[in-house]
Structures are given as structure tokens and as C-alpha cells.
Design a protein around this ligand. Structure first.
Ligand code: SAM
Length: 235
């Protein structure tokens, strides 16, 4: 597979600066992924480079105009021959989860469209759904409303890129973390609690089993803790 590429389109490209930090920055430096950030306003017309207009049908707020979005998406898509996944970030989308993170980590080119104001004219979704070179996904990071899609793009990119082979120093840590651990009935579990040194801190002791050196007991204790924690979350 060729190197995966991720593009983010936003009117606030500076919001995406953390993409060059920490593991995501290293993943790019090490040639494991390419990440591009595109300023939507570059594709807007007129002296004011306006990217929004009043909503048809009335109502509060402004809606992002389709033309600058189509120009920006086409421009980013032209840079690679790969099939494109167009992620339109919206609180009205499918809820993002670890399974979707795995899916996106296996794609060749993912474009993130970060809305602002009341969101992007819906014809962008309709237009690219008709184009066989694109798979359009409307994705939400949770049941709450942000001011823009940039924070959602950052959260999704961080969870997706760490799943790409070679990005994490110790890939084994992926097997034992929340939402990847499977219980007895194959249900998804969250991780067991973790402890480090010192063994006693402010009167609190690390569970004795973790100091026992008995790997079987430790594995059983961790499995029980994962199951209990997951059950409590559902209460
Ligand atoms: N009027 C829209 C609605 O009620 O569905 C909300 C628009 S929101 C103020 C502006 C932009 O923030 C959206 O277009 C989207 O890109 C982003 N956004 C807000 N909440 C989000 C969420 N939970 N997940 C993903 N993106 C979100």
C-alpha cells in the first residue's frame, strides 16, 4: 500500500498546527503518512473572500457556500490518484468510534471538511456521493455541538494515525487498550486500571496481585477489572 495521505480543509488552517507535534509530527517526519492542511478561503471569490451566505428557508446563522468547498476538495483530490474518502464533519453524522478509526487507518486518501457557522451547503454531500471517485462519510465525534470541525478532525486524525503500522513505538499497546479489548462474549471492553511506581502513594497501595509476578493471576485480575469497568459505564 502506498503512503496514506490525510488532508484537512478549514477556514482556520492555524487551528490544525498540532498536527505537526508529537506522534503525528514524527509519523510525517518518518515518512509514514502525509498530512496536508488547506485554507478554504484561497478558493473563495471577491475582495472579501466570503465563504458563507444566508440560509434558504430562513433561520439563524450562515451556511457555507458550495462553490469554494467544491474547488478546495477538487484541488486536494487532484494531488493524488488514490480513491478519496471525504469526511464531512457534522454533529448530524455517524458517531465516530474505534472501529471507524481502524477503517480510516486503512484508506489511501482521507479528506476532512471542517464546517463552521451552520455547516456546509448539503449539496456538497450530494455532489460527491454521486462521484465514484469519492466515498462520502458524514461523521460526528459526539452528541454535542462544537463551533467548527477542526477539533473533531484533530481528534479523529490522532486516533486514526496511531493505528497505522510503525507510528507507535510499541504496537502491542494497541491490543490491550480500551475499545480494542474483547471480553468472553466478544464484546468490546475498556482497559483495566494502570499503576506505576511508587507501590504506595499518599496512603494508597497498588493492588497486591500486580506485584505478585504471577502472570496468570495478573491477566485474570485485569480481565475482571475490564469487565467491571465496562459494566459500570453502562449503568
Ligand atoms: N447547525 C449545525 C447542526 O445543528 O447540526 C451545527 C453547526 S456547528 C456550529 C459548525 C460546524 O462544527 C459543523 O459544520 C461541523 O463541521 C462542526 N461540528 C460541530 N459539532 C460537531 C460534532 N459533534 N462532530 C463533528 N463536527 C462537529
Amino acid at each position: 500500500m502506498s503512503k496514506p495521505r490525510f488532508d484537512v480543509i478549514s477556514i482556520f488552517p492555524e487551528y490544525l498546527a498540532p498536527l505537526s507535534l508529537s506522534l503525528l509530527g514524527k509519523a510525517q517526519e518518518n515518512g509514514l503518512v502525509d498530512i496536508g492542511v488547506t485554507d478554504l478561503r484561497v478558493f473563495a471569490d471577491g475582495a472579501h473572500k466570503s465563504v458563507d451566505d444566508t440560509p434558504y428557508g430562513g433561520g439563524a446563522g450562515m451556511v457555507m457556500s458550495p462553490e469554494p468547498w467544491a474547488r478546495a476538495i477538487d484541488s486536494v483530490a487532484e494531488q493524488t490518484d488514490a480513491h478519496h474518502d471525504l469526511v464531512i464533519l457534522t454533529p448530524a453524522g455517524k458517531k465516530f468510534d474505534q472501529a471507524l478509526a481502524y477503517e480510516l487507518s486503512q484508506r489511501d486518501h482521507v479528506i476532512f471538511a471542517c464546517g463552521r457557522y451552520e455547516g456546509i451547503d448539503y449539496r456538497i454531500t450530494e455532489h460527491y456521493r454521486e462521484n465514484p471517485e469519492f466515498a462520502v462519510r458524514e461523521i460526528s465525534i459526539g452528541d454535542y455541538v462544537l463551533n467548527g470541525g477542526e477539533v473533531a478532525a484533530l481528534a479523529i486524525l490522532e486516533s486514526v494515525i496511531r493505528l497505522i503500522p510503525g507510528v507507535l513505538g510499541n504496537p502491542a499497546s494497541l491490543d490491550e487498550e480500551s475499545h480494542s479489548i474483547k471480553g468472553e462474549n466478544d464484546e468490546q471492553l475498556v482497559e483495566y486500571p494502570s499503576y506505576t511506581k511508587p507501590a504506595e502513594w499518599r496512603g494508597l497501595e497498588v493492588p497486591a496481585v500486580l506485584l505478585s509476578g504471577n502472570h496468570g493471576d495478573i491477566a485474570r485480575w485485569r480481565a475482571e477489572q475490564s469487565a467491571t469497568r465496562t459494566r459500570k459505564l453502562k449503568e
